[in-house]
Structure formats: structure tokens, C-alpha cells
Design a protein around this ligand. Structure first.
Ligand code: AMP
Length: 506
């Protein structure tokens, strides 16, 4: 591997990078004037057909760093049936869909055939797109291999391969799949490889599949996060203690809180916290790996459009999501993997804006906090006294009285618009309700997504499973994670009958 490390220069403009006029025009329309360091570093090399190893995480502009040169290079030549010209591998459906959005935005002056191969949606439409000939194939590894096994896809025409979020692929057990796919694509291809970190398994992969890559490393979010105010918040250990702490925090932030992502470590916590917040009439949605694709995309769109103010999410579901303007991140749980902390707080304070992150900590979280502080190289301040000042909870596990007593008093006071709105005649919260009564106050599309959340939430109650799984190291075909596994589609999945779509379509 070449150690030709490139340092990006500040003064460079997009016009200096060698992109085609049509691409430059789309970049101008997107409102970008100065390339980010990863773009300035990667694009000229990618245009020359060199392999690139980009060490960068989301939020650095890395998507455009591969999409823009790809579109420029795709201007020559055309697609053939079932033989895509380029392939981008993404670990999750959301990331794949986001990359597709980037191709649509930057490829507006081109006629590109884009095929998105992700789980949770039917094969038929995807096969039709492959049959038509795809310039760009964006896929999660499992679904890609399924198509190939069905004989609908040949990878021998792929000239450019992008492997994005490689360390996340490792976490999710996709490395054997990635190796298989790399071996199916001609040796002469160009490979653009991106990872936020370089654990030994990823280094080995790059040594095996990249040819003299140009290495471009941009600074980690942890060191770039000076515009994010980070605080630790003490809490009692019980779930209702933590929920009360969270509600108090939200209340105290008041008007300064535009919107927030609330991270939990496990799917079951996402579900329970989501239900609790809705019960308290907070304008919340949930995002976790057991929701079907349509519900996840809808939830995300509602949050992005400001129809939902709070998004309760797991790490896997939220990884890499591009939500430009989040004012707050709450860690309802201290992340077990310290790197997740960096990714979580990186959801706020984007593009130079200021942001706030609050991490709720209990007495058993000490070692995780130590690991985070070691990783980010600084101590995080306590918001209102450290854990030595926590008063022990006296509640029993079965009787969250404090929540019941306080229910409805600490409502989300922010006025809402008609679509996401809480109405004065909204039903009162009911303890342990199974049906989504509060959803009645929400517009149809929001309602369907929330109902799906609750439906999956009920399923999650039966069998809690950690969202993050141990990486698999086996050499067999790995289909380990719900994000890319059709089997995770519960209930009707994408084929929900019309009678269930109360009041209209999604
Ligand atoms: P990414 O790291 O690819 O997820 O991009 C993060 C965000 O930065 C996205 O909202 C992009 O639209 C935005 N972005 C990408 N390139 C630029 C640029 N050169 N100037 C300003 N914003 C950009």
C-alpha cells in the first residue's frame, strides 16, 4: 500500500478538482462553494482512476467525495442489461438510500440509471431496474448477493467499486460478504474505500483488495466537535429515573431545543422510551432495526421535515444519517462502545452550527464514561453535580409511581404545526396502553409510521435483543443483522393491506 498521504488545501475550489462542467453546475446548484478536506483530497485521485483509501466519517462530506468523480467518469460509456457499471456497498438501507439521494442531486444534469438494492422491499422492481441496465448500483451486501444468486446480476462489468463505512460493515458481520463481492468484480476495477476507523481487520481487507491506494485521512469528529457543548447528567439507575431525568432535561432546555435525537443502547429501550415519551405527549418517533424500510424512511422524513421533534434511535439505525440541523443529542444510555459516543454527538453541531449533547449516567456507567473521556481526550463536565449526589430511587420495579404521578404534567410545551401537532382534544395518556391512541393527533403519514413503530415495539417486547451484535468472523455467508435482512420485516412489511392504512396512503 502506498503511504502517499494527501493533505487537503483550504484554498482549493471545486473548479480546481477536474470535475466535468455538468457536475460542477450541479454542485453550484447544491450551494457548495468550497470542497471539504476529504473532497479536495480524494476527488482528483478518484478522477484519475486511482484507488482511494479515505479515512473519514459521515459529516465530512465523504459521500460527495466519491459520488462527484463517479458521475464525471460515468459520462463516457453506457450501461448494459444486468451488468452495472459501478457498485456502491453500504451497511444499512438508510445509508444506501442517502447515497441514492446524492446521485439524484449531483446527477441532475445526467441521465443516470440508478438501482437501489436493499432489503425490506420487493425484488421485482429492483430486477426491472437491473434489466434496464444500471449505471450506478447502490446496495447492501445481503440483498446484492441474493440478486446474484437469483441469476439477475453480473458483476463483471463493474469498473468502480465503492465500499463505504467499512468499519460499520465489520461491526455488522458483513466482511465475509464484502470479500465475496470483491472477488466477483474484475481485478482491473477502481476501488474507493471509506472507513471512519482502521481496525486490523479493515487494514487487512484494504491490503487484499486495494492497489497502491492514495490514503486520505481527515480529522475525527471527536477533535472537531468544539462547537458541541457536552454534559454528563446524573440519574438514578431505574428506567423511570432515567426517563424522568430526560424529561426534566428536555423541559429545562425549553425553547433552545429545536429538535433532538435520543440514543439508546438497545432496541427494547428505544421501544420503551418511545412509548413513554408519546405517553407524556412528547412529539416523538422511533427508529430501530426491526422496523420495516418504509416505516423507517417515513419516520426519518418526518423528523427531517420538522414534523417530529424527538427521534428515539439506536446506533445502528441512526448511523450516518444526514440530518442537517439537530440542536440536541441526548444519550439516554451511555454508549458501551466509546466510538459510538463520537458518532452520536456528531449528529449535532453539523456544518459549524452549535449543538448540545447530554449523556445520562448512572452509577454503573463509570467505566464507559472513562473510556469515552480517554477516546476524546478530555473530561466531560457534569451538568448538575456528579454521581455522588444521586439520591437512590425508592420505587419498585413494578410500580413506576413517580412517572404515573407526573404523567401529563411535564408536557412538551412547544407549539406544533398542523401535521405534527398535538391538539387540545388529544387523548390523555393511558398507562401501559398497547394501542397507539396518542397517534390520533398526528397526520396520516406520521400516524402510519408511528403505528409501525408501536407494532414493532410490541414485537421487541417479546424478545429484546441488543441492537449491536458481536462481529462475526466466520467465513460463511453472513446474514447477521436485521438492517440488511429481509427476515427482519415483521407483520405485513411493505405489503400492508389498504384497510390498515387508516385514513390514506403513506
Ligand atoms: P456526508 O459526510 O457525505 O454525510 O455529508 C455531510 C453533509 O455535508 C451533507 O449534508 C452534505 O450535503 C454536506 N456537504 C457535502 N459537501 C459539502 C460542501 N463542499 N460544502 C458544504 N456542505 C457539504
Amino acid at each position: 500500500m502506498s503511504s502517499d498521504t494527501t493533505t487537503a488545501q483550504e484554498a482549493i475550489t471545486f473548479a480546481d478538482l477536474g470535475l466535468s462542467p455538468k457536475v460542477l453546475s450541479a454542485v453550484t446548484d447544491a450551494g457548495y462553494t468550497v470542497p471539504t478536506p476529504i473532497q479536495a483530497g480524494a476527488i482528483p485521485h478518484a478522477l484519475q482512476g486511482k484507488d482511494v483509501l479515505g479515512i473519514a466519517q459521515t459529516g465530512t462530506g465523504k459521500t460527495a467525495a466519491f459520488v462527484l468523480p463517479m458521475i464525471t467518469r460515468l459520462e463516457k460509456g453506457r450501461a448494459r442489461a444486468r451488468m452495472p457499471r459501478t457498485l456502491i456497498l453500504e451497511p444499512t438501507r438508510e445509508l444506501a438510500a442517502q447515497v441514492e439521494e446524492n446521485f439524484v442531486r449531483y446527477g441532475k444534469n445526467h441521465k443516470l440509471n440508478i438501482a437501489l438494492l436493499i432489503g425490506g422491499v420487493s425484488f421485482d422492481e429492483q430486477e426491472k431496474k437491473l434489466e434496464r441496465g444500471a449505471d450506478v448500483l447502490i446496495a447492501t451486501p445481503g440483498r446484492l448477493l441474493d440478486h446474484r444468486e437469483r441469476g439477475k446480476l453480473l458483476l463483471t462489468g463493474v469498473d468502480i467499486l465503492v465500499i463505504d463505512e467499512a468499519d460499520r460493515m465489520l461491526d455488522m458481520g458483513f466482511i465475509p460478504d464484502i470479500e465475496r463481492i470483491c472477488e466477483m468484480i474484475p481485478f482491473t476495477r477502481q476501488t474507493l474505500f471509506f472507513s471512519a476507523t482502521m481496525p486490523p481487520e479493515i487494514t487487512k481487507l484494504t491490503e487484499k483488495f486495494l492497489h497502491s491506494p492514495v490514503r486520505i485521512e481527515v480529522s475525527r469528529a471527536a477533535s472537531a466537535a468544539s462547537n458541541i457543548t457536552q454534559r454528563l447528567v446524573k440519574s438514578g439507575p431505574k428506567p423511570w429515573d432515567k426517563r424522568e431525568t430526560l424529561r426534566n432535561l428536555i423541559k429545562a432546555e425549553d425553547e433552545g431545543l429545536k429538535n433532538a435525537i435520543i440514543f439508546c443502547n438497545r432496541k427494547i429501550e428505544v421501544s420503551e422510551l418511545f412509548r413513554s415519551l408519546v405517553k407524556y405527549d412528547f412529539d416523538a418517533g422511533a427508529l430501530h432495526g426491526d422496523m420495516d424500510q418504509r416505516a423507517r424512511m417515513q419516520m426519518l422524513a418526518n423528523f427531517r421535515d420538522g414534523k417530529l421533534r424527538y427521534l428515539v434511535a439506536s446506533d445502528v439505525a441512526a448511523r450516518g444519517l444526514d440530518i442537517p440541523d439537530v440542536s440536541h443529542v441526548f444519550n439516554y444510555d451511555v454508549p458501551i462502545h466509546s466510538e459510538d459516543y463520537v458518532h452520536r454527538i456528531g449528529r449535532t453541531g453539523r456544518a459549524g452550527r452549535s449543538g448540545k449533547s447530554f449523556t445520562i449516567a448512572t452509577k454503573s456507567d463509570g467505566k464507559y464514561i472513562d473510556a469515552i473521556e480517554k477516546l476524546i481526550g478530555t473530561k466531560i463536565e457534569w451538568h448538575d453535580g456528579d454521581l455522588s449526589t444521586v439520591v437512590a430511587s425508592e420505587e419498585s420495579d413494578e410500580q413506576p409511581r413517580r412517572e404515573r404521578a407526573g404523567r401529563g404534567r411535564e408536557r412538551d410545551r412547544k407549539p406544533r404545526d398542523a401535521r405534527g401537532g398535538r391538539r387540545s382534544d388529544a387523548p390523555k395518556p393511558v398507562e401501559r396502553q398497547e394501542a397507539p391512541q396518542p397517534v390520533a393527533a398526528i397526520a396520516n403519514d406520521d400516524r402510519t409510521a408511528r403505528r409501525d413503530s408501536i407494532r414493532h415495539d410490541n414485537a421487541a417486547r417479546k424478545g429484546p435483543a441488543p441492537e449491536r451484535q458481536e462481529p462475526r468472523r466466520d467465513t460463511q455467508r453472513a446474514r447477521p443483522h436485521a438492517e440488511d435482512d429481509d427476515r427482519s420485516v415483521l407483520g405485513f412489511g411493505a405489503d400492508m393491506p389498504a384497510f390498515m392504512l387508516v385514513g390514506g396512503k403513506i
